[in-house]
Design a protein around this ligand. Sequence first.
Ligand code: SAM
Length: 235
Amino acid sequence: MSAGPGPRFAEDRPANLRTPPRWHRLSHIAGLLPRELEALAAGLGVPPDGRVLDYGCADAPYRHFFPAGVEYIAADIPGNPHATATIAPDGTVDVPDASVDCVLSTQVLEHVADPAVYLSECARVLRPGGGMLLSTHGIMVFHPDPVDLWRWTGEGLRHVVEQAGLEVERLEGIMGLGATGLQLFQDALLWRLRARLRAPVAWLLQRLVALAERLDDADTRRLNALVFAVVARKP
Ligand SMILES: C[S@@+](CC[C@H](N)C(=O)[O-])C[C@H]1O[C@@H](n2cnc3c(N)ncnc32)[C@H](O)[C@@H]1O
């Protein structure tokens, strides 16, 4: 598939972003996102002997958010050696109805062919009262894994989650408009620079991104953000 000219950044595989150096072009969001997700996960109330579905798991980076005793179903498309369950070609997962306490979906929705099918699967497998923590992209550069199909507004994400029959408890924006604007400027610039200039320029711009974060409060970030995170429950 060709996306034409411009930055693609397919090299940013999730596993390369766990502890990126300060000169990495995503160092700010890579530090911020796990902290924000961990705080939201703490409110899910997953019991110590509960069941969690990580739906699009990669290397299951957030397994440690949950008690050691939970049964952790790590699901992914075929070819992921870390997965303990395989997602079918139609996007569904072989997990019984109303059988999990929590669905974790981090940076997956933008990659799925049919978000409505994916979200209805999330609702189907959750037990009544169970919670979903989902994060996905607001305003973000193209990054295929293996494809990159969708972007969301805070309102749009709330809408599709509610359409799946889930009740939104919290919706947060992660990295506000000022910081996101600088991030995108950096993404437009970096790939045009000589290779030896990329690290120092990214280091500088990532420090500016961190400063620009102060422009936006939580309400503003819920409107425009690099990443949105939602906590929703099955009634
Ligand atoms: C950007 S990675 C995120 C991985 C991990 N959840 C994280 O937060 O680091 C996207 C993940 O979605 C998976 N994926 C791609 N298409 C999918 C689909 N249709 N359904 C579920 N997962 C999918 C990819 O294999 C990959 O593991």
